[in-house]
Design a protein around this ligand. Structure first.
Ligand code: 2HG
Ligand code: ZN
Length: 535
């Protein structure tokens, strides 16, 4: 059967092995990558403190004098009033809700530092917020924390074409940075579905992984420098003497710098609990001249894995993404988002992207891999896109799964790192365990990085379903020496489970760092680390 396949060289869309000619470009209505994630429905969200019975820590209460102080500091950039503050109190998933009464929108690092200095003195808790696209409840308050939004810190400070290093403020939207860089022949080393709304500062604060990690590595390698506003603490008395607050200036643009400890690493992935990232210096790769995307159907997960091994060996350095999704994911994007896939009828799908500098060379390599994958039965159906528009259509099938899932009701989300061979076993085991009590159990993710996104949907939130899932999912992960958070962070929802992935001593050390930099614990409380007494 495979011998009958015509992989037309250079053709954008290929004939499937079942002899079906695929529609070019999918449905004309198929939207490309969304500018921003759509809103996850309009239902009222139960306050987090009620749903999870959280105890408020003894922080100060906001007084009129505090608001007056902030209004003087940030004229016209202080948001009060229930309706105005409401969108900042709820996460994008509409799964957690705080009850803050105040949003502050600083424009400069000095302003952020003054806010933190004041809040430290007054013992007022602060919840830093970027694009509010996080998936673990890390970017909204739990109680009445003041929301410190980076929305107005959106200036590109510099870009050096020789080194490819971009320096910008933390509130720059990822997609805007990508567009800016593309005009200069470069790209961001990071790409993710929420690119239309997420802020680079939030990306760094959560050490976001995304779709290009396989090729360009994690932000821990590409972020060269950071500027961070800190609370005035005994650990940083030298900063306390600054009249305009305290900021740690590690905003270097050096590729190599071995002078002492690499302090910026402490803030990458710290989820706003140690300081507020105000500016970022990041190394950006050259824009590839040739990009191709293949979207393929596989008959089993074993074949998904073998296809990965084969394509990595045959494509070598031009392989830039290897994503997978199961058929349920495809069904959901088709049903809820009306996207139409040019490849259908397989239990698993993989999206393979190549990025290189020579289109003839890359297409030849991709075509010979595809011919072999079809001939050996690894892949049974497929299509290839070589132009931007069709590439976006194929990527949207994968990138918009998160959005499609929100149409199902409540989504229980798990972002797990596992040995790649075991990735889908967790989905299968969870499906068997939950039976009819869940609406859907789906698996997809960054297979090339060993990262599974396990999502479980139900009409609405229920404690009993949560109890059936957790701690089972974390115990399962720990048995395989995996991580309970591959790239989304721990935020509010996962912080009590850190011990499944980190030894007690490591957690205690983290708590000590936290106490040193934020002695009153005002920075993003109830997030990332468990309360000291519980560990
Ligand atoms: O919604 C999820 O579980 C994953 C979101 C994101 O990390 C993705 O890879 O699409
Ligand atoms: Zn992901």
């Amino acid at each position: 059967m495979a011998a009958a396949v015509v992989w037309r060289r250079g053709a954008a869309w290929l004939r499937s092995c079942r002899g079906k000619v695929l529609r070019r470009g999918g449905s004309p209505e198929t939207p490309g990558v969304p500018r921003a994630r759509g809103c996850a429905g309009s239902r009222e969200v139960v306050p987090t403190c009620e749903r999870y019975a959280v105890r408020r820590l003894p922080f100060g209460r906001l007084a009129d004098g505090d608001v007056a102080f902030f209004e003087r500091l940030l004229p016209g950039r202080v948001v009060t009033g229930e309706e105005e503050v409401k969108p900042f109190n709820v996460d994008w998933l509409k799964s957690v809700r705080g009850c803050s009464q105040l949003v502050l929108k600083p424009q400069t690092t000095a302003e952020v530092s003054q806010i933190l200095r004041y809040c430290h003195e007054r013992n007022l808790a602060v919840s830093p917020q970027g694009g509010n696209t996080g998936l673990v409840g890390g970017s909204v308050p739990v109680f009445d924390e003041i929301i410190l939004s980076t929305a107005l810190m959106n200036q590109i400070i510099s870009f050096d074409k020789v080194s490819g290093i971009l320096v910008c403020q933390a509130g720059c939207v990822l997609e805007r940075l990508s567009e800016y860089l593309e005009e200069q022949g470069f790209i961001m080393p990071l790409d993710l579905g929420a690119k239309g709304s997420c802020h680079i500062g939030g990306n760094v604060a959560t050490n976001a992984g995304g779709l290009r990690l396989l090729r360009y590595g994690s932000l821990r390698g590409t972020v060269l420098g950071l500027e961070v506003s800190l609370c005035c603490s005994s650990a940083a008395p030298v900063l306390q003497v600054l009249a305009d607050g305290s900021a740690l200036d590690c905003l270097t643009s050096l590729r190599k710098d071995n002078t002492g400890y690499d302090l910026k690493q402490l803030f990458i992935g710290s989820e706003g609990t140690l300081g507020v990232i105000t500016a970022v210096s990041i190394l950006c790769p050259q824009k590839p001249k040739a990009v191709n995307v293949a979207f393929l159907g596989c008959q089993s997960f074993a074949k998904v894995l073998e296809t990965f091994t084969t394509c990595r060996a045959m494509l070598g350095e031009i392989l830039s993404a290897y994503e997978f999704m199961d058929e349920k994911c495809m069904e959901l994007v088709e049903t809820h988002l009306k996207l139409s896939s040019p490849v259908a009828g397989s239990p698993f799908y993989v999206l393979i992207e190549t990025s290189g500098s020579n289109s003839t060379h890359d297409e030849e390599k991709l075509n010979s891999f595809l011919e072999q994958a079809m001939a050996s039965g690894l892949v049974t159906d497929g299509t290839v896109a070589t132009d931007d528009k069709k590439i976006k259509v194929l990527w949207s099938l994968r990138e918009r799964i998160t959005e499609a899932l929100t149409h199902e009701g409540y989504v229980y989300k798990y972002d797990i790192s596992l040995p790649v061979g075991k990735l889908y076993d967790l989905v299968t085991d969870m499906r068997a365990r939950l039976g009819q009590s869940a609406k859907n159990v789906v698996g997809y993710g960054h297979l090339g990085d060993g990262n599974l996104h396990l999502n479980i949907t139900a009409e609405s939130y229920s404690h009993s379903l949560l109890d059936a899932i957790e701690p089972f999912v974390y115990e399962w992960t720990a048995r395989c020496s995996g991580s309970i958070s591959a790239e989304h962070g721990l935020g509010f929802k996962k912080r009590q489970f850190i011990q499944y992935s980190k030894p007690r001593e490591a957690v205690v050390l983290m708590q000590q760092f936290k106490a040193m930099l934020d002695p009153k614990g005002i920075l993003n409380p109830y997030k990332t680390l468990p309360e000291r007494s519980t560990c």
